[in-house]
Write a protein that binds this ligand. Structure first.
Ligand SMILES: Cc1cc2nc3c(=O)[nH]c(=O)nc-3n(C[C@H](O)[C@H](O)[C@H](O)COP(=O)(O)OP(=O)(O)OC[C@H]3O[C@@H](n4cnc5c(N)ncnc54)[C@H](O)[C@@H]3O)c2cc1C
Length: 103
């Protein structure tokens, strides 16, 4: 249980820091496009991992509709799709790091 909860906490803190980094870049008037893609990619994938870990904490009860955790799994998964899928975020980040557009 503690491993699952510990992993969730690390993912949450890392996602929060990446998001705050984007906000800081915006506040300072700096380019934030790559940082935004990195934050969106990490935070949305972290949300999926966190929701899956939360479901695992509940065991079988996590899967059935009587508890809200199953809904959290589905709600988290869509975040890796809208506003640019994870694959597209990686293409955006890869283009910024290499100068090569693989779109
Ligand atoms: C609940 C929800 C709300 C949404 N709200 C909005 C909204 O408010 N405004 C809006 O504009 N859109 C919205 N969308 C659309 C969303 O942004 C698109 O689903 C998203 O852009 C992906 O496009 P697609 O579904 O056509 O998938 P496709 O573009 O058909 O992609 C299918 C799969 O192929 C992958 N893929 C595509 N191209 C490449 C590539 N070149 N290299 C590698 N992999 C690739 C994708 O990552 C994805 O996994 C919403 C979607 C959902 C599910």
């Amino acid at each position: 249980m503690q491993e699952l909860i510990s992993d969730i906490s690390v993912d949450v803190e890392a996602a929060r820091l990446l998001t705050w980094r984007v906000a800081d870049l915006i506040d300072r008037g700096l380019d934030f496009a790559t940082a935004a893609s990195q934050a969106k990619l990490y935070a949305s994938e972290a949300a999926v991992r966190a929701a899956n870990n939360a479901l695992q904490v509940f065991g079988g009860y996590g899967y059935i509709d009587e508890y809200p955790v199953g809904k959290l799994v589905r709600d988290a998964r869509v975040m890796t799709l809208y506003e640019g899928t994870s694959q597209i975020q990686k293409l955006v980040i890869g283009r910024a790091l290499t100068g090569v557009s693989a779109f």
